[in-house]
Design a protein around this ligand. Sequence first.
Ligand code: ATP
Ligand code: MG
Length: 425
Amino acid sequence: MAKKIQAIRGMNDTLPEQTPVWQKLESLIRQTVSSYGYSEIRMPIVESTHLFKRSIGEVTDIVEKEMYTFEDRNGDSLTLRPEGTASCVRAGNEHGLLYNQERRMWYIGPMFRHERPQKGRYRQFHQVGIETFGIASADIDAEVILLSARLWKALGIQDHVELQLNSLGSNEERNAYKAKLVEFLQLHEDKLDDDSKRRMLTNPLRVLDSKNEAVQAILEDAPKLSDYFGDETAAHFAKVQAYLDAAGIKYVINERIVRGLDYYNRTVFEWVTSSLGSQGTICAGGRYDGLVEQLGGKATPAVGFAMGLERIILMLETLELNDDVKGDVDIYSILVGEGTDIAGFKASELIRDQLPHLKMMHHCGAGNFKKQMKRADKSGASVALIIGESELESGCVTIKDLHGNSEQQTVAIDSLVKVLPTYFA
Ligand code: ATP
Ligand code: MG
């Protein structure tokens, strides 16, 4: 036998048994983003490598070690997108969607990062992101957070996630702080791990979210970015909190949240759960007022977030919230006897014509009654439509309730359109 070819490590198939949960999640997301007036944008999966280097930042985990970068046949360097914001801004600039306009957009799709695969961390994973452009005030920061909170509620996970909030200030404030932070880190250099030592020189803020406990202990006494906020930053951050308070959204301020992408300023946030082990962040985002200009557009304020769908699905599984989500069909036909195959085909098509919202699976391949009943059971259908020789003669169909306890009944084919819906009310 030929050797089986397997999927690439960290890139998952979503099997027919699993897709109903994905579809339910996706449809709740669509409903939620539309209820805030967001429109969908679809971007290519492959972009020029420059785009990500210039936006995410050269000295970030993503660009340094996680990108799938390759040369195409023309010798151009291309990259499988590791995230959506850069592409969205690129598209917005390219098609004139951003300048002097307000935009609320969202996207869904696969992202690619070459990380060590583990629970909640994959090499192809899926994100939904929202991006807003042209609004500088704190109300939009709060709106994107409210939108995510509404989704957690719709999914029933609102009590299992915590909102962590921080402000990264302006570029100037951050730069002033960085200098002080580096001074502090240099005093303790002997106690830093190699990664932190390197970050101290290349991207000092990233030392703040080091996972190393010894480093975290040293950071207890580090200077705080919030001490460098000017009036505008402080007022903006206070406003965001006031809007969240008014909406009844709870949060904790976590000054260690710096985010792994360089383009953020002011508000940043993460929704974190303790039910997924160390891959606990299900959604993260913030303000990135400089990115549009950095990618060649006119300066445009922006706020957004991205959420990881695999982690949300894992959460729903852990909390046993998707047990009743199934993709079963509604009706299965059973055709026994000469000529019933043709009559059955007609009946099935009639049902699809007249009741298109029902899932009608037609039995193909003949076989005896028992075999067909088994198939009907396996399909998960709640109703079997039986056409035997007597039904064929009288132009009728027998309806058998497979899960409920309605009496079996034989009705004229013409009245199916009236009778069938009563089984699915
Ligand atoms: P982490 O700290 O877990 O590596 P990140 O800061 O790299 O996350 P972002 O770039 O902010 O993540 O992406 C937003 C969200 O996308 C994350 O909060 C997470 O839910 C999801 N995500 C990121 N990387 C992966 C991955 N490799 N596999 C699955 N989901 C991911
Ligand atoms: Mg990461």
